[in-house]
Write a protein that binds this ligand. Sequence first.
Ligand SMILES: C[S@@+](CC[C@H](N)C(=O)[O-])C[C@H]1O[C@@H](n2cnc3c(N)ncnc32)[C@H](O)[C@@H]1O
Length: 347
Amino acid sequence: MSKSGADIGFLLKKATAFARQHKKMEAEALFLEVLEVDPDNFQAKKGLEALVSLSIPQWHFDMLADENRNFAFQRAIEKFVSNDSNVLDLGTGSSLLALMAARAGAKSVLGCEVNPDIAQVAQKVVVMNGYHDRVNIVGKHSNQIEMGVDFEEKFDVILAEVLDTGGLGEGVLPSLRHATEHLAKPNAIILPSGISLNAVLVEAKRLQKVNPIHEISGFDLSAFQDFSMSDTYKPINLKDEPHEKLSDVFPLRTYDFRNLPAEIPFDNPEVESYKVKCTASGQLQAVAFWFDMHMGDEASYSSGPDGELVHWQQAVYFFEKPIDIKKGQQVDLQALFSDELIRFRLT
Ligand SMILES: C[S@@+](CC[C@H](N)C(=O)[O-])C[C@H]1O[C@@H](n2cnc3c(N)ncnc32)[C@H](O)[C@@H]1O
């Protein structure tokens, strides 16, 4: 039975509503249904195009605009990649670092990207830039790539820009553990070669109202807390957020990606204790932390509030109950480290 204009209108409305709710598969099925009966339907074509962006986290754009980040990788790649190098770009995204490795002369480059929509576009980017003779993209998680299927020879260099604001949240430790054990040659170069985490105690009054959310304009909004990611850090640019520093910056810990620690599960974290001296009086509400990214013996780059890597911002972990502290007082802080998450407690 053929569909009338009214049917098509209804399908388009429904598809658009699904798209707004980020229900990609449902929206896609309806847009395709419209195109089956009306192959030139403009709204359905545009709707399908727009769906692609739903599966792409929009921070990719901000990340690609971070020239210091890009340049830090370019410098290191130009230093460590040679004509003999087989390079794995673990988490290739747009394929930017894979292309840098090819431009630096790499013999072969494999970019792997877990998001199939991104992988498809990355392959297109590689072709558009004329590097498809040496750069291959696979739409797989790095744990699933196989020698003899996806690549022929183990890798000399692994690029792993899979760092979130807190450093570990995108799974850099488990991904690199697998890659160094199964995909890389012994003593392969890993970039970044490691990260050092630094922290500072802060008062951030404006945000305390929503961490956890309680009274707003005289109303109890605490039920809204269900929508908040609790017991985790939030990416915040401290330069834009009014706050007071209540301590000096102190080191949390360093990870050497060439000498990875054993797996630390979420439910059995490693606990480290810190005695932090308060340099100002105030309400201790949060710990802000960030990473310095090391590139072998190259310079290090910082995602700190005064650092070069701007797109990451800083990771801010709010305590459930803030405490009043006095200048000169010592605070006993614990950090709970697991493979992909860092949390804090006051003891
Ligand atoms: C932070 S982005 C960086 C993209 C690119 N490397 C760059 O520097 O411009 C990380 C990308 O890696 C992908 N990813 C993260 N872990 C991965 C893994 N273990 N295997 C494959 N892709 C991964 C994510 O989907 C994301 O697109």
